[in-house]
Design a protein around this ligand. Structure first.
Ligand SMILES: [Zn+2]
Length: 295
């Protein structure tokens, strides 16, 4: 049976500072939305009840699926989540618990992979079969679509561009390696480097951050034969034009293969709605629906 426009998804986005839940129709329109702060330092059950509270407020009567975008990493293709920025959840069975609550088929994926699906369905990558979507924010994540399919990998963690090395011998990353993109260009890294917030970054720091992101994207373009990066996240979008110009220049400096030349980096298209639409897209994918079925 084909999908119908009047079908709805319960969409959930779980982040380190806030959790959001909403109702999204199959064309990517958010019809209802609730947001709550992620309780800092809370244990697993307190976190889950904060999320439960906003999910219960939704009118899910016409929903056929629930999709969740959650910070990584995760294991067993999303069955267990251990978000790096939420200490209370380690190997937490988020999908199963939400399925119990809603009675809906429920699917969980990494939030950056979720964004990749949403950007391909309704955003800046509509109609593209090969691209990377990135979030450059407190941390740095990514999701890769190749041949029209989102890459999963062994445990569901494919696309972690935040841990591509961009400065050999550089800062030590939370993962234990040195010079990872996340250790050099994330909001957390910038705060540690400058002792101030990303909002106060001067022009040279904005440009350097863009340059490092461009360096990571160039490696991905050369590796995977893709030519488009769409970038969301408070650091990238907040830094704006200097960030994207420097990233583009670095990509052009480092992509010289016939197939990688011409790689373009640009802002993601969905703005603040991206994370929740990402959750919905995870749900539709779980049901086997193609990306952008009603764009
Ligand atoms: Zn790392």
């Amino acid at each position: 049976m084909g999908a119908r426009v009047e079908e709805f998804a319960v969409a959930i986005d779980v982040g380190g500072t806030k959790m959001a839940a909403g109702i999204v129709d199959a064309t990517g329109t958010i019809t209802e939305r609730r947001i709550t702060p992620t309780p800092p330092g809370a244990d697993a059950e307190a976190l889950f009840s904060a999320l439960t509270r906003i999910v219960r407020e939704l009118d899910a009567s016409r929903a056929v699926v629930c999709g969740i975008g959650c910070g990584g990493p995760m294991s067993e293709q999303g069955r267990l989540v251990s978000p790096i920025n939420i200490d209370g959840w380690h190997n937490f069975p988020l999908g199963a618990r939400i399925a119990e609550l809603t009675g809906l088929p429920t699917f969980v994926d990494n939030d950056a992979k979720a964004l990749a699906l949403a950007e391909g369905s309704w955003g800046a990558a509509v109609g593209k079969r090969h691209y990377i979507a990135m979030v450059v924010s407190t941390g740095i994540g990514g999701g890769i679509v190749l041949d029209g399919r989102l890459l999963d990998g062994e445990d569901g963690n494919a696309g972690h561009i935040g841990h591509v090395i961009v400065e050999p011998g550089g800062r030590t990353c939370g993962c234990g390696a040195q010079g990872c993109l996340e250790a050099e260009a994330s909001g957390t890294a910038l705060a540690a480097l400058t002792g101030t917030t990303a909002e106060d970054a001067d022009l040279s720091l904005r440009e350097r951050t863009g340059q490092l992101v461009g360096r990571g994207v160039a490696s991905v373009a050369n590796l995977l034969d893709l030519r488009l990066a769409v970038v969301a996240g408070s650091v990238a979008l907040g830094f704006g034009e200097p960030f994207f110009r420097s990233a583009q220049q670095e990509i052009e400096r480092l992509t010289h293969l016939d197939f990688s030349r011409g790689t373009v980096i640009r802002p993601a298209g969905l703005g603040a709605e991206g994370p929740l639409l990402g959750g919905a897209a995870v749900g539709w994918r779980g049901l086997g629906r193609p990306m952008g079925m009603f764009t």
